[in-house]
Design a protein around this ligand. Sequence first.
Ligand code: MN
Length: 151
Amino acid sequence: MEADEYNKKRDFRKTPEPAGMPEPKRAKDPRFVVQEHQSSTRHFDLRLERDGVLQSWAVPKGIPQTKGVRNLAIRTEDHPLEYADFEGTIPEGEYGAGEVKIWDHGFYEPLEWGEDKIEVMLKGNRISGVYVLVRYKKAGGNDWLLLKARE
Ligand code: MN
């Protein structure tokens, strides 16, 4: 309730202030976070809470806001749940050196969770809607595609 009033007054694409966490739809809804990461190449890290960890993808072009846009998402190592709250600067010489900021966070509802396809309803402040991650088989390895399927 309080977060809603705070969030409504602000455009988080324009203000550097943090967005308030929306209320979960159900108490058991898992969390998601998108962190903007200014490392050697700027990218966004999408992390979905699943089986006690944050399953993670690095998305160089960011989370698509328009239906049908497909962005490359590179599967990276699982991160601990605590990482969802991390903001700060990773020092020079360390893995992923650079600044990490929370770009959006919230809850999601898993609609489908398979080996090659994951479909989730994201409920954040900047992004909301149904998103699909599909393994990009032609590229092989850790490459996936992330697209916005519908509002
Ligand atoms: Mn990263």
